[in-house]
Every structure is written in C-alpha cells, then in structure tokens.
Design a binder for this molecule. Sequence first.
Ligand code: UD1
Length: 419
Amino acid sequence: MDCYHIRGGVPLRGEYRIKGAKNSALPILAAAVARSGKHEIHDCPRIGDVLVMEEILKSLGAVTSFEGNCFSIDTENIEKTLVPGEIMSKMRSSVFLMGSLLARCGEATIHRPGGCRIGKRPIDIHIEGLKQMGFTVETHDEEIRCSGKARGGRVRLTYPSVGATENLMMAALSGEEETVIENCAREPEIVDLQGFMRTCGFDVAGAGTGSIVVRGGDRRRTDSMYFIVEDRIEAATYMAAVMAAKGQAVFHNIRCELMKEVLKVYERMGAVVRSFGNAIEIIAPERIKSPGFVVTEPFPGFPTDCQPQLVTLCTGAGGLTTIREEVFDSRFTHKKELIKMGANIEICGKNAIIKGKTPLRGAEVYAADLRGGAALVLAGLMAEGETVVKDIYHIDRGYENLDEGLKQLGGIIERRTSD
Ligand code: UD1
C-alpha cells in the first residue's frame, strides 16, 4: 500500500501543464464502443479509473493500447454485452457502458454499481430515462439487463445528473429517430463527449445547454482522433495547493471559462488570478480570507469535486466559513482526518462549518475517497511538520502522479510503499 510523505510549509513556484479530464475520458472511452472503428484519444490521463475502463473494454472484445497519454482503441470486434460484476464494483463509471452497448448492440447487462463513500449514488435517473426512451429494463438482484432501441421523442431528467445525461446521449444513438433529452447537465465534459461523438460522425447537438438532441441510425464504421478537454478539477486542486503552501504558479492548458466559480471563490479568499489565453497564473495571498458561504451545485456552480479541497483551505482562513454540499449526501469524509491535524470543523446536515484559523500539524491520515484524499494532501502542504497520507490508491484513481506534479512546483512530497 503506497502512501505520501509530505513536508508542509514549503511554497510552490513554477509551471505545470494540466492533464486531460478524468470526467471526460471515462465517458469518451465508453462512447468509442458505440462506433466500430479505430479511435485515437489524446491527452488521456494515466489514472486508475482509466486503467479499469481499459480492462472493461478489453473484456468486451476491444483491442487497446495506452502509450504516454494516447489511448488507442479498436472497437471493430465488440463481442460481449455483459460488464462483469467484479469490474463494476471497482468503478462506478462502468455504468456508461450501458448507453454505448445499447447503441452498438441493442442490449447491455451491467451490475448495479452500489453506493460509495460519498453517498448512496443510485442510478434511478439513468434507468427511468432509458425506459422513457423505449428500452426494456429488467432487474434480477444486482443485475440490470437493458434491450431495445430508442424510439425517439422527448425524455426529461428529474435532476440534471451528469452520468445519466451522458448515458442517455449514447443510448439515443440506437434508434433511427430523433431524441430530445431535457433538463440535461451542462458540464464541460458533456460538451466534450458531444465533441467526440461528432468526430465519430454522430449527429448530436445542444450539449452545454439544458436540452440535447441526438439522431440515431448511423451504423457506419469510422476511425477517429480526438483530444480530451483539460481537467478543471485537477487545475482547481493544483491552484488550491499553491494557496495552501503559499507561492505562485502558472498553469498551462486551462481556460478560465471552465472554472469561473472556483476562481471567484479563490479570489474572495485573497488569491490574485491572472489569465492569458490557455494559461492561468495564481498568486497565493499572504493570509487566506474566509470565502463566507459557498454552495456546491451543478455546472456552472461551484463543483462538488472541489469542495473537499476548499474545506482544507478554509481551515487556514480567519473567522467562520460555511460550505454547503448540495450534490452528494455524504461528502465530508475528510473532516475526521482534518480534525486529527488540528482543524475545527462541524457538520450540520449538509453544511460543514469551519472555524479558523487553526494551524494544522502533521499527522498520519487516511484517504477515504478521491477528492477527500486530495484535500488531505493539501492539508499536508499547509501543516507544520510531516504528514503521511495513507490509502492513496483513492487519489491515484483520478490524479496522474499528483506527487510528481507537486514536486515539479517545488513541493516536498514522496511516494513510499509501506507494508
Ligand atoms: C459525475 C462526475 C463526478 C462529479 C459528479 C457531480 C464523472 C465520471 N463523475 O458523477 O466526479 O462529482 O458528476 O458533478 O463524470 N443521482 C441520483 N440518481 C441517478 C444519478 C444521480 O439520485 O440516477 C444523484 C447522485 O446520487 C448525486 C447527484 O445525483 O447525489 C449527482 O450525480 P451525477 O450528476 O449523476 O454524478 P455522476 O455522474 O455520478
């Protein structure tokens, strides 16, 4: 089991290029199944979840190779329509195969992905949407079997779920008619999925608005080459690291418009943010100010995936901060570990109330989920002395070599294998 050893209080300085987005890569790799052909996906992050997705794609009959950040996949011989239960349990995003296998083969069998550390995470909106589109959905214990083809017409989501929007965009390709998906999520990664689908020759429009139109029926074989959008959550995490450790850094391959709300909050906390073209510079404040009250919301609101990192930063801010988690039902797993390090945080329902400023001390802490784990690394950069973050496989699921990136900026962090 690997862990990070971090020495706090060392300012970060320098430049770093943001990687491709985890939350784009996963649906895009699934979507490659919908179109028979050779697909070359560039800027694909080398993270744990992508490696699990590769395992699933191979089990379905795809031929893959992953060199550097280029993921190549040949989907000509997709033979299976069953995603094995043991792989489903490793990664929720395998649920995307439901939509892409329906598009390609007219049937798909998956296992219910179950809850996870950040909440119950049901897939009722996905299933309800598929039924509205005309698919037959049968459930046997934990197995979900879907078949049929989209009959066209309108489908309305009860909540703008990111995953359900992406799954239904793919499933809608299965029929010959036009499907309009309403009350969609508007995240940039959905726009990116649309970009990939169009590159494959599919007829999709409207991503980034609340209503997406998909026309199915095109079964050609097409090769494609695509570059994944930059990871706004990785960017927000690195910028938070600069604020936590102090210092100043320039991040390349990241546009302001993808992270307006996050930058606004960081500026309220005293950071100086400058953007030029495809780069953003951040200068940490001498003293972090409380942002007051922050609520997580679907895009373009403050992302839930940046909430744990913000909680860490706010332990260093004078006064009271309230952060309300509106997207997931239990996403404060990092609270207990931050308290071990000296933080004063109380959870009242959906709100984390952080009383600052409390200096953090190095400690041995455990990552319980991906972003919560990143929040502990930031705490380590802020703290006095040495922090050991354990169970970093959670962090590896979504960050490509977080330690290497922080080292590049001058951070003192080392990956070690413990017994
Ligand atoms: C995606 C992101 C994840 C991010 C989240 C919210 C990927 C691979 N993951 O996850 O990093 O935190 O968006 O921005 O892109 N819900 C239901 N029923 C459903 C579907 C969702 O109740 O059928 C609920 C969830 O439990 C959660 C909320 O809706 O409380 C948001 O979920 P959703 O937008 O679907 O997130 P994911 O697609 O799972």
